[in-house]
Design a protein around this ligand. Structure first.
Ligand code: ATP
Length: 495
């Protein structure tokens, strides 16, 4: 208010001076420059604060660790670290240096933000969230100013709400905490990071409000080592993609308020969603509910859930409709993948479809029967065989191949290279750096040719089944894994 009055008086004085014949141009130029400087620093800083302010709505987090599914190790490590803040009097008495930062490292959607929120409620702190990219500015000093106002805001909010602690969550921290001197506009980046370090160094056990910075990143290798040294982010907690048990827990959390039909088996669903992150699973639960509502159902059935897995994995169904001829080719291609898939790992095919979704004209979805972390030579060869199954099936059924197998070949080549570098090819143990490209090429070629031959044999033997299932797929568009296996058994019996 005072500012507005002062501005008004100033304007009136300038107008009066102008009417009296004074030259007011220098005042206008000076005023303009002052405004520009204010806008670039303070003004934008304010806007940023307001951005943070819009999150005031959830500055008090009501997410607890019970809302975070799986991630048992990460939760345990985090809780252990948070106890330093929760029992701050004890920590102070023992003269322990306060915990200033925790770095959560893991792929997107695995629940890092969720954990930071749970950390805030566990320690009865206010919660402020921001992202590294919000500090990126062309103008030197703006990022540093934003860091200062972020910490100041955390303190004032905590005091206002009568809390003793605040959690500042910085997502994509590698954007502002990257190695110094590496960026093109490095001065600005360096100043921002320096300011963060200054703020973190300034915290001590006597502060009225203790602040914990929780950073999240998928690329810890990009971080400046100063950030990781003791006294800053000295706890690094890995938050990985959930395993089957973790997925089950997450599904239970997201299904708890949704009506489920009797045919839904969450354990089966957890198995079918291999490779899904928590965010994928949340989206799956939501999509299935939307689908059930559109179909006027009272509860969510297995069918909706299975269809939603396809949607979350591959994207929305496309309007694009391939020609009849192309559809036949796609059907043979997918059944080829599925047949080899069942041959290599019985029970692993989840669905075969010729519906175009996202980038794919059709797809075969597989889930490993057991989740593996190590692969033997035979298992990699099996994966290569599945990749080649599509193109080989096209050749057997239609006499020619198409460009539809390009992605499959890339994957097969990648796997073959893994075999070579893993010392599993005929070359034995090799050095990745010293192996001449020609020898690598020959080794990969040999693996692919041999596998192709065995896929050809396998599919030639299953030719009747290939034909039968492909025809059915053209009619039905999608076959569920269980039905696919039934069909296989029947076709084989009648052969
Ligand atoms: P990003 O790195 O992309 O920001 P993130 O790791 O921070 O991702 P979150 O934002 O925490 O991921 O997760 C997104 C959503 O996914 C959450 O709101 C929640 O609904 C769901 N989710 C993710 N992980 C879990 C989990 N472990 N338990 C329950 N829900 C989860």
């Amino acid at each position: 208010m005072i500012k507005e009055v002062a501005l008004g008086v100033l304007m009136a004085a300038l107008v009066f001076a102008a009417t009296q014949g004074y030259d007011i141009t220098p005042f206008i130029v000076l005023g303009g420059a002052a405004f520009l400087i204010y806008y670039m620093t303070e003004g934008r800083g304010r806007r940023f604060e307001m951005l943070g302010g819009s999150q005031d709505l959830d500055v008090v987090s009501n997410i607890t660790f019970a809302d975070v599914g799986g991630q048992e190790v990460a939760k345990r490590e985090l809780v252990e670290a948070l106890d330093f803040i929760r029992y701050r009097d004890k920590v102070k008495r023992m003269g322990i240096r306060p915990l200033k930062g925790i770095l959560l490292v893991g792929p997107p959607g695995t629940g890092k933000t969720l954990m930071a929120k749970a950390a805030a409620s566990y320690t009865d702190s206010v919660f402020l969230a921001t992202s590294g990219s919000q500090f990126v500015e062309m103008y030197a000093g703006v990022g540093a100013q934003r860091i200062r106002s972020l910490f100041a805001k955390a303190r004032s909010l905590a005091e206002k709400l009568g809390k003793q602690a605040a959690v500042i969550f910085i997502d994509e921290i590698e954007v502002l905490g990257g190695k110094r001197g590496k960026h093109s506009s490095h001065l600005e980046y360096d100043q921002t990071l320096n300011q963060l370090l200054v703020e973190m160094d300034g915290m001590n056990t006597d502060d009225k409000v203790s602040i914990l910075v929780v950073g999240a990143t998928n690329r810890p290798d990009l971080l400046d080592s100063a950030l990781l040294r003791p006294g800053r982010f000295d706890r690094v907690v890995r938050v990985d993609l959930p395993d089957r048990e973790g997925r089950l827990q997450i599904l239970k959390i997201h299904m708890r308020s949704k009506p489920l039909a009797d045919d839904v088996n969450l354990e089966e669903l957890a198995r079918d969603t291999f490779g899904f992150s928590g965010a994928h699973l949340e989206s799956l639960a939501n999509e299935a509910a939307i689908l059930a509502m559109r179909r006027n159902k009272d509860d969510i059935g297995r069918e909706e859930l299975q269809e939603s897995i396809d949607k979350v994995m591959m994207g929305e169904k496309l309007q694009r409709r391939p020609s009849e001829e192309e559809l036949r080719r796609i059907a043979y291609h997918e059944v080829g993948h599925a047949l080899v898939g069942e041959y290599v790992q019985p029970g692993s095919v989840m669905a075969v479809s010729i519906t175009s979704r996202g980038q794919a004209l059709g797809y075969t979805r597989q889930a490993p029967v057991d989740e593996r972390y190590l692969y033997t030579r035979e298992e990699i060869l099996g994966q290569i065989a599945i990749c080649l199954g599509g193109a080989v099936a096209e050749e057997i059924a239609l006499g020619s191949r198409s460009t539809g197998a390009m992605g499959d070949f890339e994957r097969a080549i990648e796997l073959a290279k893994q075999m070579v570098f893993g010392g599993l090819s005929h070359l034995g143990i090799v050095s990745k750096e010293d192996l001449p490209p020609r020898e690598l090429h020959e080794a990969v070629d040999r693996i692919l040719k041999e596998t192709e031959k065995s896929v050809l044999n396998c599919l030639n033997q299953e030719r009747r089944v290939l034909e039968h299932v492909a025809q059915l797929l053209i009619r039905e568009e999608r076959i569920d894994g269980t039905d696919f296996r039934k069909m296989l058994q029947e076709s084989r019996k009648s052969a």
